[in-house]
Every structure is written in structure tokens, then in C-alpha cells.
Design a protein around this ligand. Structure first.
Ligand SMILES: Cc1cc2nc3c(=O)[nH]c(=O)nc-3n(C[C@H](O)[C@H](O)[C@H](O)COP(=O)(O)OP(=O)(O)OC[C@H]3O[C@@H](n4cnc5c(N)ncnc54)[C@H](O)[C@@H]3O)c2cc1C
Length: 327
């Protein structure tokens, strides 16, 4: 019998990837619109603790697919295990988050069902009982609506930040079902632990981001933004020109060719709000923009805005935050 929607939970050493929790929100949203149940799947040799944590969400059940070969990620192992799980559970939809790990094995998995992968979606809607996915194309200039005419299962991945992990509804404790899965020959083993992003700080996991744009004018002025980030206990990020100029490393870049983030608070300092930047941060909880141009597009998506000179506003803001925090 079909389980409805299957959501894949990625983890490293039993710790769930935050983006996977966004997948639960996506699955719950589609599940309620389609009136289908959501099942989560975790793969591993023994990740029962993680399975129990996922069981706290409002879902039908958690499947813990087990095999000793699943202790560490391998594309063969994950594709084999997920194939077994999908064949056994027969879901209508298989949802995953568009991480590097998923990108590595998910096309292979979909191909085993003679299906394509509807990848890197930014949202999904149900119309007439059918799911329509939206993907950004031409570097964010156009949105393409995509649906599958074929039979189930439909395989889709969502961009990190497309849904909010903190909006995943908790339930009263879903059952965890252990499933022994066969895994064939593992032909390729990643050398080092799989790095989602090579960086000192993973901006997808931070709650507060202070991002600087060209309005900051020079590398020496970054200290202003650093002090604000420090006062808020947040991390520094940037628009592309700042990273192109090597004022900050590339792993701090937010946008279509950088990271996609959804922190609780995103403060944009001297950032105009080009579409390539917005796609990387528009799902942030609260967006604050400081820009001297009242027509800057960043104000279209900002919850709070200061039209003014960041060199005047930021030191005052930093001092006030420090006072409130008593630091
Ligand atoms: C293929 C492609 C991929 C791209 N990928 C990305 C990406 O991943 N991320 C990204 O960010 N961009 C990306 N871009 C670039 C993007 O199109 C914009 O050029 C870029 O986001 C602009 O950066 P900015 O807002 O810092 O600079 P600008 O557009 O120059 O804006 C600077 C802003 O600062 C304001 N300002 C100036 N002085 C002050 C002051 N004293 N106080 C307050 N405000 C002030 C100005 O009013 C202005 O709005 C990409 C472009 C292409 C073509």
C-alpha cells in the first residue's frame, strides 16, 4: 500500500541536516493539500536516535533503513537502500533537499524507476489534486512550473531555504519502523567525510546574518558590519561584488551563485537587492535593510527598512543592541 509522501532525512553521524527538516515542512504542506500521509526515511547502520528525533514530527511513521554498509555515505549504498525503500513503500512522491549529497545519488535513484528528478525546486503547489513544482531557470531570471505526467513515484528536490525548518509541525510521537535493506557492491567511497560546504562557518545553520553589499565601500569598513554581527551573535555574509573583490571569502556569498540561507534575521547593509541576491535570502524570517536609496529593490522584501546612510545607522544600531543585551 502506498505511503503517500516519503521524505528523505539526510544526516552526518546521526545528526540531521537542517535542510532535511525543511523537507519535512514541504512534505507536511503537500501532504495536507493532497490528503496524504508523510513517512520519513533515515538510512544508516544504526541511527535509531535520529529516527526517534524525527518521530517527534507530525508524520505517519519513520522508516529506519538499516545495513552495515550504510554507516557512511556512498552513492551506491544510498541509491540501493533508497530503491529498496521506495519499492517497498510505493510512495506517490519522494521529496529530498537539494544538497550535494542528494545531488550525488538522487538522479541515479530516479533513473532506476525510469523517472527524471524534478530538481532544485523553490516551491510546490497542489492544483486539482496534482502537484506543480516551481524551479528557477536562467540564473533566477525566470520561474518554470513543472509537473509530472507519469506514474508515481515522482522524485523532487527542494532548494535549501525553500521551506522553513521551524515550521515543521511536531506530533505526538510517530512509530519508528526498522527495515533491513539489501545493499549491493559499493564501488566508490568518498575520501573524506562529505562536506556540504567547505567553509569555516555554515551560513545555512546560523540564526542571524549581517550581509554587506557594495554600499560598504571598502574592505576596511567591514569592521562596522562585523561589530553588528558580533553584537547580535550572528555571522557575516555578503553580496557577490564583495566576494569578487576578495573582501570576504566566496563561502560568505549569498545568492544564486552563492549560498541559499533562511536565518531568523537577515540584515542587509548597502545591498541593492538584485534578483540573484534575493533568491539566496528571501525566505529569511525577518529581513532588515539599510540602504540610502529608497527605491532599492531590497525594500520590496524587507520587513523593516532604514532609508539612510549605513555609516550613520550601523554604529547607532550596534550600540543600542549592546545596551539591550547588557554587553
Ligand atoms: C550569473 C550571475 C550570478 C550572480 N550571482 C550573485 C550572487 O550569488 N549573489 C549576489 O549577491 N549577486 C549575484 N550576482 C550579481 C547581482 O546581479 C548584483 O550585481 C549584486 O547582487 C549587487 O550587489 P550589491 O547589492 O552589493 O551592489 P549594488 O547593486 O551596487 O548595490 C549597492 C547598494 O548600496 C547602496 N548604498 C551605497 N552607499 C550606501 C550607504 N552609504 N548607505 C546605505 N546604502 C548605500 C546603494 O543605494 C545600492 O543600493 C550575480 C550576477 C550574475 C549575472
Amino acid at each position: 500500500m502506498s505511503v503517500g509522501i516519503l521524505v528523505f532525512i539526510e544526516h552526518r553521524d546521526g545528526v540531521a541536516n537542517k535542510a532535511s527538516l525543511e523537507g519535512i515542512t514541504a512534505a507536511q504542506s503537500l501532504g495536507s493539500q493532497l490528503q496524504q500521509q508523510v513517512t520519513a526515511v533515515v538510512l544508516g547502520s544504526d541511527v535509531n536516535d535520529l529516527a526517534q528525533q524525527i518521530a517527534a514530527y507530525d508524520i505517519q511513521k519513520v522508516v529506519h533503513a538499516k545495513n552495515a554498509k550504510l554507516e557512511n555515505y556512498t552513492p551506491d549504498g544510498y541509491a540501493d537502500a533508497m530503491e529498496r525503500v521506495v519499492r517497498q513503500l510505493d510512495p506517490a512522491l519522494v521529496l529530498m533537499t537539494h544538497t550535494y549529497l542528494v545531488r550525488d545519488f538522487a538522479p541515479k535513484l530516479a533513473a532506476r524507476f525510469k523517472k527524471s528528478l524534478i530538481s532544485d525546486c523553490i516551491r510546490a503547489n497542489v492544483d486539482g489534486g496534482k502537484v506543480g513544482f516551481t524551479r528557477r531557470i536562467f540564473l533566477g531570471k525566470l520561474d518554470a512550473d513543472v509537473s509530472s505526467d507519469g506514474e508515481a513515484p515522482v522524485f523532487a528536490t527542494f532548494q535549501s531555504g525553500a521551506y522553513r525548518a521551524d515550521q515543521a509541525a511536531k506530533g505526538s510521537g510517530a512509530p519508528v519502523e526498522a527495515m533491513d535493506v539489501e545493499v549491493g557492491e559499493v564501488r566508490m567511497v568518498p575520501e573524506a567525510p562529505f562536506q556540504e560546504v567547505k567553509q569555516a562557518v555554515d551560513l545555512t545553520k546560523t540564526d542571524v546574518i549581517v550581509a554587506v553589499g557594495r554600499g560598504i565601500k571598502s574592505k576596511d569598513n567591514l569592521v562596522l558590519a562585523e561589530k553588528l554581527a558580533e553584537a547580535l551573535g550572528g555571522d557575516l555574509a555578503a553580496s557577490r561584488p564583495i566576494c569578487d573583490a576578495e573582501w570576504l571569502p566566496i563561502d560568505r556569498q549569498i545568492g544564486s551563485s552563492g549560498q541559499t540561507v533562511a536565518p531568523k534575521l537577515y540584515i542587509a547593509l548597502g545591498i541593492s537587492g538584485a534578483i540573484q541576491h534575493l533568491v539566496g535570502m528571501k525566505n529569511s524570517g525577518t529581513i532588515v535593510a539599510i540602504n540610502k536609496d529608497p527605491e532599492a529593490p531590497i525594500f520590496d522584501i524587507a520587513d523593516y527598512g532604514i532609508v539612510g546612510d549605513l555609516f550613520e545607522a550601523v554604529p547607532v544600531l550596534t550600540e543600542e543592541i549592546k545596551k539591550i543585551k547588557g554587553s
